[in-house]
Design a protein around this ligand. Structure first.
Ligand code: DAH
Length: 357
């Protein structure tokens, strides 16, 4: 009696199921498919061997084989679904983007963290110094009427001093001419007007801000630049107070080996007026190209409030006196950090800016 070709079918199916369960990736499954259920599989060989059987026996064996194939294929499909789910899960894990993840200082990629630019930094440092000296910080508009930018500051129309401030005109019309402020001095006017209106004199304030002039940009001029204005209005204020404030500020901001000096100057809104200079920050006073061998660098202007300005804002010059000063924040930054060209401040070159983080 010849043995049935399906004598070992149960064992073969068990072996196939064991092999299927051992497949660990979709690639492995794809590679093994032909040998498990395809033309090269034991089931396909068995199928062929059934041809030798009597029709009755062939039918019964065929049904048995078909059932075996169904079991194996179901197992294969099940394994395929399992591996596909695992593959999807691990690809999701790999792509995971945690928006709340803080990666400062992480070395996975070079992460550059932003920081304030040199002008903002300098402005903050200057404000800190003046706040430490008892000043408050105030703000004023960047667009001003002719009255605030010029007239109230004792610069009437056609006054030759207007040539000092080459203005960008916003509106030449009636009734008012409007300019982009050419300096921060008009903020003095706003502060004094307000203090008179709400009877809150004295004033000890600094006013930083952006200014605009129709200059040709070069190493020491920009269309748009920053100034900080200082204003003190109080009883019994003298030129000595002004000189003291300038000197205290200079040492506090630039360091104890840098001092200040005042030279006679002219500004329509102060009388007497002075230009103030500080020890050259490049050569520390010994004389160099930057300071034209004088040992001094000019920083800004100052003076005692002109009676005409006090009158324009309604401050009683019999009771109150005061001084004002103003200088470039950008220029201060250059001097403090020994940068030779103002344009470096606005070029947005990260190699330059990165030095001040
Ligand atoms: N506003 C002047 C300028 O832009 C600077 C200045 C000079 C401001 C004298 C003052 C001052 O407050 O008293 O050149």
């Amino acid at each position: 009696m010849s043995t049935s070709p399906l004598a070992h079918l149960a064992q073969q199916v068990t072996d196939l199921l064991t092999s299927i369960a051992a497949l660990s990736t979709l690639e492995e499954l794809r590679d093994a498919e032909a040998s498990l259920t395809g033309k090269r599989s034991p089931l396909a060989s068995l199928q062929k061997s059934l041809g030798a059987l009597e029709p009755e026996a062939r039918k019964a064996a065929g049904a048995e084989l078909q059932e075996a194939r169904r079991v194996v294929e179901t197992a294969l499909d099940g394994q395929r679904a399992l591996l596909a789910r695992a593959a999807r899960q691990s690809s999701l894990e790999a792509d995971r983007l945690d928006l709340g993840d803080v990666v400062v200082g992480d070395v996975r990629w070079p992460l550059s963290v932003g920081h304030p630019g040199l002008i903002s930094l300098t402005q903050r440092e200057l404000e800190d110094v003046f706040v430490g000296m008892g000043f408050t910080v105030a703000d004023g508009p960047e667009v001003e009427s002719d009255w605030y930018n010029f007239e109230a500051l004792n610069i009437p129309p056609a006054h030759p001093a207007r040539g000092l401030w080459d203005s960008f005109y916003v509106d030449l019309g009636e009734p008012e001419t409007v300019v982009l402020r050419t300096h921060t001095s008009p903020t003095q006017i706003h502060l004094m007007e307000r203090a008179v209106a709400d009877d809150s004199l004295p004033i000890h304030s600094v006013m930083p801000g952006r200014c605009f002039r129709r200059d040709t940009p070069d190493a020491s001029h920009l269309y748009s630049f920053h100034q900080i204005e200082g204003l003190v209005v109080d009883r019994g204020i003298t030129f000595g107070d002004l000189a003291g404030v300038i000197e205290t500020f200079t040492r506090a901001y630039f360091g104890p080996d840098i001092s200040s000096r005042l030279r006679p100057g002219y500004f329509p809104f102060t009388e007497p007026s002075a230009e103030f200079e500080v020890t050259c920050t490049i050569c520390r006073g010994s004389g160099c190209r930057t300071c034209s061998s004088t040992g001094w660098l000019e920083l800004g202007g100052c003076g005692m409030l002109d009676p005409a300005v006090l009158k324009a804002v309604g401050v009683d010059g019999e009771e109150w006196s005061g001084f004002a000063f103003g200088f470039g924040i950008d220029r201060c930054a250059l001097m403090r950090h020994q940068v030779s060209d103002l344009r470096a401040l606005i070029e947005n070159d990260v190699r330059f800016l990165g030095q001040f983080s």
